[in-house]
Design a protein around this ligand. Structure first.
Ligand code: OFO
Length: 172
């Protein structure tokens, strides 16, 4: 059984994962209308992953005797300036999410809820990988600079950059 404090904290995270999904969906749509097909596909996929993160939390809360509540969401912005700025925002957003997961883990320790603590380890590992992914992409963007050919290749290849490939890059 979840304590009220843990249930509230988990519901807060459900909202953050849902908002993350919306943020990346908005980025996907922006990239699509700018003709950045590969980047757009990458963001659509990322948006789906965030929805999966949200659903996993919802199932957990309900299975543990709590009530996962679905709330209204903050509307994401719809303009991102340049794709470089957009990926910087993605990175900053993941740092924010990692902090939120850490705070959540802290609550489970305070409440001595080791089952939820154990469950959240998946999210801790996932955030390490997501941050690595975002850093890998920012490094590639810095290399490209303003080179149009580089952008063409980046847009083509970014679809292949997955959380797994970025994580193995950083351990090489
Ligand atoms: Fe849910 O991992 Fe990104 O935000």
């Amino acid at each position: 059984m979840l304590s009220k404090k843990v249930e509230k904290a988990l519901n807060g995270q459900i909202r953050i994962e849902a908002e993350s999904s919306q943020v990346y969906l908005s980025m996907a749509s922006w990239a699509e209308v700018k003709g950045l097909e590969g980047i757009s596909q990458f963001m659509y996929k990322h948006s789906d992953e965030e929805r999966m993160h949200m659903l996993k939390l919802i199932k957990f809360v309900n299975e543990r005797g709590g009530h996962a509540t679905i709330s209204d969401l903050k509307a994401p912005k719809t303009e991102f300036g340049t794709f470089q700025k957009m990926f910087q925002e993605l990175y900053d957003h993941e740092i924010f999410v990692s902090k939120s997961i850490n705070d959540l883990v802290h609550v489970t320790l305070e409440e001595k809820d080791y089952a939820t603590h154990n469950f959240l380890q998946w999210y801790v590992a996932e955030q390490i990988e997501e941050e690595a992914l975002a850093r890998t992409i920012l490094d590639k963007i810095n290399l490209i600079g303003n080179d149009k050919g580089g952008l063409y290749l980046f847009d083509r290849d970014v679809q292949q950059i997955t959380v797994e490939s970025a994580a193995s890059d950083t351990t090489e």
